[in-house]
Ligand binder design. Structure first.
Ligand code: OOG
Ligand code: NI
Length: 471
């Protein structure tokens, strides 16, 4: 493989050559994609649509230049996120160690109980600029909140069912330990690790419980049945990134796929912000229940397709404005995102969010990566030192590229959960964010996603224009 040596790191201590964690992540995401394609053929079709639309969209020279400059051109074709739902705190702690081997760390805390889904979540993803641009593979990871199940007997039963399972293969656990103690994995170990890790995310068509138990949990909450009745946390979707979600949606309809009617997130704009997503109804999959004959096999719906478009990462101020505008639309007459006029109302409310990069930058709504231009490099520090950041950008000495949002949105995530849990699944739980409880289970704190964008912006400024920081 040409250039492969770039990805190997050597530890002088024992002269072992380890595969870089970015490479392990890329291998894992490729294998996961191959597995999901086999399990869910619709996913393969989605990839085709997205590839077509992206090729078309990249004909736009400005977009192409931005992607190239931002180091996103190479990653776009392989960019995916997946989602899993865990049942026990120990599972979350171990999954953190497993993802760490692939250079993924927990970022962000999402409380979905507000939306009637008894889970809280984080996203495991790479954090450094270099790792993101090499492969930004992320996994939205949720943990079931048993304490939100009011029926104590049921809670106890779910706990017992979950206590009996072990979602990791012994070899996967041994290789995680090996990576931790040795400081990495060799190429051969990494291959084996990826194959073993995949076992955790694979679809298992045999339930661990009887049909009667499954039905009981399903009635309590469809999500509880999905988490508790199976051998492991099957990957429930794998989402490619499209550069134009509206075009992709049209193309899907043309091909006869049925997307859900609402695109979650901000409205269509000239400058895309945060994240827009749309998903496809879950498949009905055959399940064999414990102790029952094949003729009594039932079905389970959990896995679906999704596509997303990513835009500019917003500052705390920008995010507050986004949240306020979104709830203005959703809370109006308690309409939520229902109604044929939702997109129109959304669009109207977002008139209050500037739709142009310069205005967003000057109002402090978005994050940008700054770099000296040729003109900037040619100029002396004396010439530049006296100018403001705005003047430097306006005069063409500094370029400002918007930073891409790498995370998720709780309201959108809740919408995705709900549309795939089946009709009528609307329970309500008192809003109770429990980040400390989540972090105790995780065995680590989650990183604040907005702080990461702040740091990326600061780093770029320090490098491009150190004289600005000195003032
Ligand atoms: C996760 C739903 C959240 C997203 O893209 O916001 C999500 C799930 O259904 O398990 O994947
Ligand atoms: Ni998703």
């Amino acid at each position: 493989m040409p250039g492969a040596s770039r990805h190997l790191k050597t530890t002088p201590m024992n002269d072992t050559t380890f595969l870089c964690s970015d490479e392990i992540r890329t291998l894992f995401s490729r294998r996961m994609s191959e597995m999901y394609r086999e399990e869910v053929p619709l996913y393969g079709e989605l990839l085709d649509v997205v590839a077509d639309v992206n090729a078309q969209t990249m004909r736009e020279p400005a977009l192409l230049a931005h992607l190239r400059k931002n180091g996103e051109l190479e990653r776009i074709g392989v960019e995916r996120h997946g989602a899993i739902r865990l049942g026990k705190p120990e599972e979350l702690a171990t999954i953190r160690r497993l993802f760490k081997v692939m250079g993924m760390a927990p970022v962000g805390y999402y409380d979905l109980s507000v939306a009637g889904v008894p889970v809280h979540s984080t996203a495991f993803r790479p954090v450094s600029d270099a790792s993101l641009s090499s492969n930004p593979f992320r996994v939205f990871t949720s943990l079931l909140r048993l304490e939100l199940i009011e029926d104590l007997a049921l809670r106890e039963e779910v706990q017992q069912i979950l206590a009996r399972r072990n979602i990791f293969t012994p070899r996967a656990l041994a290789l995680v330990e090996r990576a931790e103690t040795a400081g990495g994995l060799t190429a051969a170990e990494a291959e084996e690790f990826v194959a073993q890790a995949l076992e955790t995310f694979r679809w298992h068509s045999e339930a661990t419980v009887s049909k009667a138990t499954y039905d009981k949990l399903l009635a309590a909450h469809r999500l509880i049945a999905d988490v508790a009745c199976f051998k492991g946390p099957h990957i429930n979707h794998l989402t490619p990134r499209t550069l134009d979600i509206d075009a992709a949606q049209i193309e899907m309809t043309r091909r006869g796929m049925s997307a859900k009617d609402v695109v979650e997130g901000p409205p269509q704009r000239k400058v895309p912000i945060l994240l827009r997503q749309t998903s496809f109804r879950a498949l009905q999959e055959r399940v064999a229940f414990a102790g029952e004959s094949a003729s009594e096999a039932g079905t389970h719906t959990a896995r679906f397709g999704e596509i997303e478009q990513r835009g500019v990462a917003l500052t705390r101020k920008g995010r507050a404005l986004y949240d306020a505008l979104l709830s203005r639309v959703r809370d109006a007459n308690g309409a939520g995102n229902a109604g044929a006029d939702y997109q129109t109302r959304l669009h109207a409310a977002f008139q209050d969010f500037p739709d142009d990069l310069k205005a967003m930058r000057e109002a402090g709504l978005g994050f940008f990566r700054y770099a000296l231009t040729d003109k900037g490099r040619a100029a002396g520090h004396d010439e530049l030192g006296a100018k403001s950041l705005e003047a430097l950008v306006d005069g063409g000495w500094l370029s400002a590229e918007p930073i891409t949002y790498e995370d998720f949105l709780p309201v959108s995530a809740a919408g995705i959960f709900q549309s795939n849990l089946g009709a009528g699944e609307q329970k309500s739980y008192a809003a109770n964010s429990a980040q400390a409880v989540f972090e105790a289970a995780l065995g680590a704190t989650v990183q604040d996603e907005i702080a990461l964008y702040e740091e990326a912006q600061e780093r770029s400024l320090k490098e491009a224009a150190p004289f600005l920081a000195a003032r």
